[in-house]
Design a protein around this ligand. Structure first.
Ligand SMILES: *Cc1c(COP(=O)(O)O)cnc(C)c1O
Length: 378
C-alpha cells in the first residue's frame, strides 16, 4: 500500500506531471514571469468556471482578503463580523486595517458561521460580514444576505476552502461559492482543492467598479503606468503559477468528485459508530470536501489521533484553538466561554486524510483502524 498522506500532491503530480511540466516550460521559454499571457487566460477560464464576471488574481488568499477589505473603503473602527472557527488569515486582515473585529460562534453541525449569532452581533457600526465556507461547504448565505440587505452590509466570502462548491438557493438557482456576496476571495495554496505549486490567490466579483479598483490596488494603485490613483500594494500571481492553475482547473471537477466519493465511503463505513459523528451535509450547498472532519465524542479525539499515528495514518486538528482565545487577539477582550460551540468543536474535530488520489485499499485501511480503535476502547 502507498503511504497515506493528508493530501498527496506527489500522487497527483505522477498523474498530471507531463501537462504541468509543459505548462511551466512554456513560461520559462517566454520569460514573461510577471503578468504573462497565462494570467489573463487563467482569469478568464476561472471566470467561466465560476460563472462570475470578474476574477482578479493576486499573490495569496490572505492578500485577497486584505484587498477585499481595502476596496470597500472601510474606516478604522468600522465593525466586521466573522466566525470564531476559521483559519487565522480571515481575521488578521481585519485587525491589520484597524477595523473592529467582531467574532461570533459557529454552528455545531456544519462548522460554519451562525447567522443567528451574526444577527445578534450587528450594531450601527457594522459594515461587513465575512462568512467562511469551511472545509468545502457553503455557509448559510441566504440568511446572511437577508441580514446584509436589511442592515446595508457588505458580504465578503472567504471561499479559500470551497473552490467549486455550489450554493443552492430556495428558488432552485445555484451559484458557486465565492460569487454570492459582494466580493469572494480564494487561495491557491498547494493543498487547497485548486492549488498551485507555491502561493496564489484570487478575488471574485460581479461589480465592475470593485473589479477595476481591485486590479489597481493589487498593482500599486496604478491604472496607467506610473500614475497612481489609489494607495495600493504589490500582490500579483506569478505567471508560472497561473500556467499550473490552468492545467489544474481542467481537472478540478473530476478531483472534487473523487473527494466526494472518498467522503461517501467514509460516511458509509462509520454509519454504525456512535462514538463519532460524520460531517453534516447542508441542504443548501454541495460539499467538495476540502477536509473530511469528524467529531470524536467522550474526550477520545487525541487518543484516536495517536492510535492512527501508530498505524501510519496521518490526521489533523483543524482548528485546535478558537480565534477568540489566541494571544494576539486578547485585546478584543473576549472571555473563555463566550463562544461555546467553537470551543467544543476545537476539542472534538479531527480531519482524516482526504484527496482525490486516495485508493480503496488506503480507505479501507483507515476506516478499519478508526473502527478498531473504538471497538478496543469500549
Ligand atoms: C488557506 C486559507 C486562507 C489563506 O490563504 P493563503 O493563500 O495561505 O494566504 C484564508 N482563509 C481560509 C479559510 C483558508 O483556508
Amino acid at each position: 500500500m502507498r503511504e497515506i498522506q493528508m493530501v498527496d500532491l506527489k500522487a497527483q503530480y505522477d498523474k498530471i506531471g507531463s501537462e504541468i511540466d509543459n505548462a511551466i516550460k512554456s513560461v520559462l521559454v517566454s520569460t514573461a514571469f510577471i503578468k504573462g499571457p497565462d494570467i489573463k487566460q487563467f482569469e478568464e477560464e476561472l471566470q467561466e468556471y465560476m460563472s462570475v464576471k470578474h476574477v482578479i488574481s493576486c499573490a495569496n488568499g490572505t492578500d485577497a482578503l486584505h484587498l477585499a477589505m481595502m476596496v470597500l473603503g472601510l474606516k478604522p473602527g468600522d465593525e466586521v463580523i466573522t466566525t470564531d472557527f476559521t483559519f487565522i488569515a480571515t481575521v488578521e486582515v481585519v485587525a491589520l486595517l484597524g477595523l473592529k473585529l467582531v467574532i461570533v460562534d459557529a454552528e455545531p453541525g456544519t462548522f460554519n458561521i451562525s447567522p443567528e449569532a451574526v444577527r445578534k452581533a450587528i450594531t450601527p457600526k457594522t459594515k461587513a460580514i465575512v462568512p467562511v465556507h469551511l472545509f468545502g461547504q457553503c455557509a448559510d448565505m441566504e440568511s446572511l444576505i437577508e441580514l446584509a440587505e436589511k442592515h446595508h452590509l457588505f458580504i465578503i466570502e472567504d471561499a479559500a476552502q470551497a473552490t467549486g462548491a455550489d450554493y443552492l438557493f430556495k428558488n432552485g438557482t445555484t451559484k458557486k461559492a465565492g460569487t454570492i456576496g459582494h466580493i469572494g476571495t480564494t487561495s491557491f495554496f498547494p493543498s487547497k482543492n485548486l492549488g498551485c505549486y507555491g502561493d496564489g490567490g484570487a478575488l471574485y466579483t460581479n461589480d465592475d467598479t470593485f473589479a477595476r479598483k481591485l486590479r489597481s490596488i493589487a498593482n500599486h494603485g496604478m491604472k496607467v503606468r506610473y500614475h497612481y490613483d489609489d494607495i495600493g500594494v504589490n500582490s500579483r500571481l506569478d505567471t508560472i503559477q497561473a500556467a499550473i492553475l490552468r492545467v489544474k482547473l481542467k481537472h478540478l471537477s473530476k478531483f472534487n468528485e473523487a473527494r466526494k466519493a472518498v467522503a461517501d465511503r467514509y460516511d458509509k463505513a462509520f454509519e454504525g459508530c456512535h462514538s463519532i459523528s460524520v460531517p453534516e451535509r447542508s441542504v443548501f450547498s454541495s460539499h467538495i470536501f476540502h477536509q473530511y472532519t469528524i467529531k470524536v465524542k467522550n474526550g477520545k479525539r487525541d487518543d484516536l489521533k495517536k492510535f492512527l499515528e501508530s498505524k501510519k495514518i496521518p490526521s489533523m486538528v483543524y482548528y485546535p484553538g478558537p480565534i477568540h482565545l489566541q494571544k494576539a487577539y486578547g485585546y478584543l477582550g473576549y472571555k473563555e466561554n463566550d463562544f461555546p460551540v467553537t470551543t467544543i468543536l476545537c476539542k472534538e474535530v479531527l480531519s482524516l486524510p482526504m484527496h482525490p488520489e486516495m485508493d480503496r485499499e488506503q480507505l479501507d485501511y483507515i476506516t478499519l483502524n478508526v473502527l478498531e480503535f473504538f471497538d478496543k476502547s469500549l
